[in-house]
Design a protein around this ligand. Sequence first.
Ligand SMILES: C[S@@+](CC[C@H](N)C(=O)[O-])C[C@H]1O[C@@H](n2cnc3c(N)ncnc32)[C@H](O)[C@@H]1O
Length: 317
Amino acid sequence: MDNVTFHDHKPEALSLYDAVVDGLSRKDKSIPPKFFYDERGSELFESICRQPEYYPPNVERHMLSQLAEEIASLTGTGRILVEPGVGSAGKVRLLLDVLRPAAFVPMDISFDYLKNVMKVLAGEYPWLPIHAACVDFTHSLPIPAETPSGPRLLFFPGSSLGNFHREEAGDFLGMVHDMLGSDGMLLIGVDTKKSESLLHAAYNDAAGVTAEFNLNLLHRMRRELNADLDPKVFEHKAFYNGDAGRIEMHLVSTRPQKLRVNGHCFDLEAGESIHTENSYKYTPDEFLSLAKGSGFSEVRHWVDENGLFAIYLLSTI
Ligand SMILES: C[S@@+](CC[C@H](N)C(=O)[O-])C[C@H]1O[C@@H](n2cnc3c(N)ncnc32)[C@H](O)[C@@H]1O
């Protein structure tokens, strides 16, 4: 395909080894969620999206397909479309024909998966120049040098913003605002607050795919770091922390154990957990106030008929 280029902007900070040693040395053990996504993790996330209890992808897709023309009438066509954490690029396919971007800059941390997805996308959209970049969006959003200039639109679906702590979410939006410049726009999908039982079911699917996704982090530590641990003595735990307004995901040790990584030894008690992900939920008022604090103004927002998910179109001016 001659309409796709690849760029490795992976920062040095992206070391699984450093993150594991740092995270397991803490009193409250944790490993950041970006380390879920090796190629196997990306495939498992796609499988989560097919579970009936995990409502966000279906609701957001339905909304985007209904709203595509309206969104394009507000953004105009011919922008440089940037999508950090693009995954399988399923949602952007609902927009490409109406947004008709001058170029597409998909970014992801999972480089092999990104390459495979973008080779297919380039064949499906031969008119679209694609400049794909392996990026850690928690650090920076570097745009490949050959990307044409022009007004930018950043698409950030999947409620990925929810993985940031609230203060970090504001910092991330500030970084997006700077990257977009004075004529930029942001189209972002954010999960809403809702009943605890719906949220609990969404992150504890009956088929156990979210559990497998969570436990894959331990398998990845064995594969890549030769870690001495047995994933079978860990359990997936996900629950809604109402005070913090977030789903928390943990790997809980089912018995006392020692976990060894390259000369480091970490003791875990029975019931002790490694905190692997947060997924913050936002009411529209909460999200809009965060976005305004980062310099954005609202163009329009939409909430689906059941109040399950929200999409916001914001402008940098
Ligand atoms: C929850 S999935 C969402 C995928 C897609 N945007 C969607 O809405 O279906 C998160 C995606 O972001 C990527 N990702 C996670 N953390 C990242 C980071 N720090 N930098 C870049 N990509 C990241 C993952 O590899 C994955 O493809």
